[in-house]
Design a protein around this ligand. Structure first.
Ligand code: UD1
Length: 426
């Protein structure tokens, strides 16, 4: 990925903070809204999405849709997408390289126009992220791919329902094939489909657009329909809450102590995380409106192993690692999804964390305290985890590269200040 343009407000400065309290609002899920926006390409007309987070990845997706001919209007967490009858069915490199998630336009474009050209995404900070499963799954429905000049060209005169077997429950591959299969002829089953809450949100959205999608045991079953339509609700479709944003504030409470209400957080989407945080000594009390998180005293170490949903999400890991750096005891953290996802650990070491890595494992020995240092954010969640760690470190932590954090957080600094943290943007 390209480093973002540096500007003078690209640093977040965190200082040691005492117990947090109050309330923080959890916004719409980044990993859902980007896919719902892509799904809108599947039907002509006006689409309205509500609870849309004000984050730069949404702006990038808007840019991509605009480049295709969609008219985008954004106001106060609402997004209106006017999708015309004809679209430019191309996703250019300068946009795809800035946001890999743009690959999910492939499925809806193929389904509606039988053709798409999408730049091949490059690697990113997690190491290589191939799209072989996306392509194989779409080939099962009848799509044909060729690669030229760094782009993937896709054609499908007709898409036909099929038994699609994913060798791994890839989130992106499940979404791409799902958005293609909704308009294929006949029935598709996706075996070993991803089950993340964001997949559930996409299924709900597609069904509201007229698709016929449901679970049949452990398979996702899709009965193709002739056409889709924008959802019939003036208030729009409400994006689910961002469980990863929620985990950020849970970690802040865990590290600083205190008691904070996470308004809008959905405990049912975070069952494993809540179980793990409880094991580490936090008290988490869900209710219909959100989640009350409380921490008193030092956390205790617990081993972590990332897995596809309903396992512990890899996106939670930077926050859990940050918490473990000051918990009492030793923990082993195992990354099973993205093997290269440990780069931020060097930054935590600069803050005095005692972490040893070996392949896809990390051994963390909790220190009494961290010490503030200049560090750099290389991706969205790791950057936010460094900010949270800075709230529990002696002195001052300067997290450079804050624009990475802006890709997935609406006003991280303002929300942390709102619950009593000492943090600012400079
Ligand atoms: C999505 C999320 C990301 C999260 C991840 C796993 C978005 C925008 N991003 O990413 O935040 O960390 O799910 O929960 O929703 N793989 C292949 N071939 C493929 C596809 C994937 O080998 O064709 C591998 C990947 O390299 C990775 C693993 O499968 O090792 C999981 O990837 P996947 O579930 O597809 O993640 P994303 O959809 O990219």
């Amino acid at each position: 990925m390209n480093e973002p343009d540096s500007d003078e407000r690209d640093t977040i400065v965190a200082r040691r903070s005492s117990a947090l309290d109050g309330e923080v609002r959890i916004g719409g899920a980044k990993n859902s809204v980007l896919k719902l926006m892509a799904a809108c390409l599947g039907a002509e007309g006006r689409h309205v999405l509500a609870n849309v987070p004000d984050i730069s990845d949404v702006s990038l997706m808007c840019e991509l849709l605009e480049a295709m001919g969609v008219i985008v209007t954004r106001d106060d967490h609402r997004l209106i997408l006017d999708v015309p009858a004809e679209l430019h069915t191309e996703a250019p490199y300068h946009l795809v390289e800035r946001m890999r998630a743009s690959i999910v336009v492939l499925g809806p474009l193929l389904a509606r126009f039988g053709t798409a050209r999408v730049a091949l995404p490059g690697g990113d900070d997690f190491g290589p992220r191939p799209i072989d499963m996306h392509l194989r799954a779409l080939e099962s429905l009848g799509a044909v791919f060729s690669t030229e000049h760094g782009d993937i060209s896709a054609r499908a005169d007709t898409l036909t329902g099929a038994d699609v077997v994913l060798e791994y429950p890839s989130v992106g591959a499940t979404e791409n094939v799902l958005m293609a299969a909704v308009r294929a002829k006949g029935r598709t089953h996706i075996h070993n489909a991803a089950r993340e809450p964001e997949i559930g949100d996409l299924v709900g959205f597609l069904n509201a657009m007229g698709a016929k999608v449901g679970w049949a045991g452990d398979r996702l079953r899709i009965d193709g329909v002739e056409r889709l339509h924008p959802i019939r609700s003036d208030s729009g479709y409400r994006v689910i809450a961002d469980r990863i944003e929620a985990s950020t504030y849970l970690a802040a409470v865990g590290m600083c102590g205190g008691s904070v209400f996470l308004r809008g957080a959905v405990a049912d989407h975070m069952t494993m995380l809540i179980r793990k945080l409880t094991e580490m000594g936090m008290h988490i009390a869900p209710d219909a409106a959100g989640v009350q998180a409380t921490a008193t005293g030092r956390l205790v170490a617990a081993d972590i192993s990332t897995l596809p949903y309903p396992g512990l999400a890899t996106d939670y890991k930077p926050f859990l690692v940050a918490m473990l750096t000051t918990a009492s005891g030793v923990a082993i953290v195992t990354e099973n999804i993205f093997t290269g996802r440990f780069r931020y650990i060097d930054e935590l070491r600069r803050m005095g964390a005692d972490i040893r890595t070996e392949g896809h494992h990390a051994v963390i020995r909790g220190a009494e305290h961290l010490s503030g240092a200049p560090v750099r954010s290389h991706d969205i969640r790791a950057g936010a985890a460094l900010v949270v760690a800075g709230l529990a470190a002696e002195g001052q932590t300067e997290v450079a590269g804050a624009s990475h954090i802006d890709r997935g957080y609406e006003d991280l600094v303002g929300k942390l200040v709102g619950i009593g943290a000492t943090v600012s943007r400079s």
